[in-house]
Design a protein around this ligand. Structure first.
Ligand SMILES: *Cc1c(COP(=O)(O)O)cnc(C)c1O
Length: 448
């Protein structure tokens, strides 16, 4: 619509200046507003003649951006927040400026090569063989679904007479597994975790055997969680791997949040057994300091995934050779090279910096748990396995939790929405940001 004239150039300077400011200064937390309220202020921004770049940018920076909670604020400990490195965010500008196509090797070879090296780092941390490989997809939800579709295809080949299929996972598994089961029209065999809140191989094996003995339904995949989202619990991966493979079933590890900590020596042993995975996922946009959105999906045997996910069409056949096209490994075709900001930061900083930053967040989580334990009004739910610290407030009804949380955001102190555990309201700190200091935690605890 415009050549790169002086008007575009001046907008470029404005956008870069805003981006730099946003990256340099601690962002305010900000918060949501209603659609009515926003409409009153900005009106309909889509007009026949256009607002012009300057005006549209002002609408965004002055109004819309402030109606978005800053996920990278050091006292945003909600859900799983985000903490991209400055390098990864800066390089995201390059990705945006370059119109890179990440679906095929032919079009994106250089970028895909770099993404694959970043995936290799994760595969090596997990102890997967050299043949392992995969792709960066949008998020853990798509990553889990893509892997499970491959798992079912593999099972169909081996057990062609099966008419009903099931996924086995812990009752504490992420909601995306239930979503995948629904999309795939398969059943979910939920395993009650043990007293330590982990799923174990013996309970899993017994439940699968019972299902197979009493129904026509066959389990085609076991999903173990490498760090549950609510409490950060890591299933007993080693015994699960054994029970799963002994029954000729696909072993998938959902580590969207937790597997990032594979690079942290202080907790690495908790993931023993992950090296047996047939597939795994981890979201660099959660705890590997990368911007939204990027999920690393890795298969032990990527050829199986390629058979299942490659799309065939007359205009696409030219791409189907023995090169590595990321489109072939998940449910997608066109794709942004969403792993590239992560790659750039990892390449520039080196992996030691990741280990260090990871250990810092783990240390803050341990110290935060200690402060919670010492707090007269609070009860720690569970010793943190990773970087999630969950607790209850003595004497509070569910509405008290919500009121406290709303006020904390309104006061712009922090963002900590309530969650629940075993039917009881809880609060949880998800600490993934190396800029979250123990003083930030104290500031929040002082309001409890
Ligand atoms: C966040 C999360 C997911 C879903 O990942 P998205 O990137 O939000 O789609 C799946 N599993 C676990 C364990 C998670 O923490």
């Amino acid at each position: 619509m415009h050549a790169f004239n002086s008007e575009v150039e001046s907008l470029a300077n404005e956008i870069l200046a805003y981006s730099l400011l946003r990256l340099k200064d601690d962002p305010p937390l900000d918060g949501p507003r209603t659609a009515e309220d926003l409409f009153q202020e900005v009106g309909n921004t889509i007009t026949a003649k256009g607002l012009g770049g300057h005006e549209a940018l002002e609408v965004f920076t002055n109004v819309l951006a402030k109606a978005c909670i800053s996920t990278d604020h050091p006292r945003n400990l909600a859900f799983i927040p985000s903490a991209p490195t400055e390098y990864s965010n800066l390089f995201d500008l390059v990705v945006g400026a370059s119109s890179l196509y990440g679906g095929s090797w032919q079009e994106g070879a250089g970028a895909v090569f770099a993404e694959n090296q970043a995936l290799r780092w994760i595969a090596d941390l997990a102890g997967l063989p050299q043949s392992a490989g995969g792709v960066f997809v949008q998020g853990g939800t798509i990553g889990n679904l893509s892997a499970l579709v491959v798992a079912r295809a593999a099972a169909r080949t081996k057990y062609p007479n099966t008419s009903r299929w099931a996924i086995a996972c812990s009752a504490e598994a992420h909601s995306s597994i239930a979503s995948a089961a629904q999309i795939m029209d398969v059943e979910l065999l939920k395993i009650e975790p043990g007293a330590d809140r982990k799923m174990h191989g013996d309970a899993l094996g017994a439940a699968i055997d019972q299902l197979h003995a009493t129904t026509q339904t066959r389990v085609f995949a076991v999903v173990a969680t490498g760090g549950t989202t609510n409490l950060g619990i890591i299933d007993d991966l080693a015994t699960i791997a054994e029970a799963t493979h002994a029954r000729d079933i696909w072993f998938h590890v959902d580590g969207a949040y937790g597997l990032a900590a594979l690079c942290a020596p202080s907790v690495r042993a908790k993931f023993n057994g992950v090296e047996q995975a047939d597939s795994l996922i981890v979201d660099p946009h959660k705890w590997l300091f990368a911007p939204f959105d990027a999920c690393a999906l890795i298969y032990r045997n990527p050829d199986l995934a390629k058979e299942v996910h490659t799309q065939h069409a007359s205009y696409l056949e030219t791409l189907h050779d023995d090169t590595w096209s990321p489109a072939d490994y998940a449910i997608h075709l066109t794709r942004r090279v969403r792993g590239l900001p992560f790659w750039f930061s990892l390449a520039a900083h080196g992996t030691d910096a990741y280990t260090e930053a990871m250990e810092e967040t783990l240390t803050v989580a341990r110290d935060a748990a200690e402060l919670v334990r010492q707090h007269p009004n609070l009860d720690l739910i569970h010793e943190p396995e990773l970087s999630i610290v969950a607790f209850t407030r003595k004497g509070w009804a569910p509405s008290d939790y919500q009121k406290w949380s709303d006020k904390l955001l309104a006061d712009q102190i922090g963002f900590i929405p309530p969650s629940s555990d075993k039917g009881q309201s809880i609060l949880r700190f998800a600490i993934v940001n190396p800029w979250t200091k123990i003083t930030d935690i104290s500031m929040i605890l002082d309001t409890l």
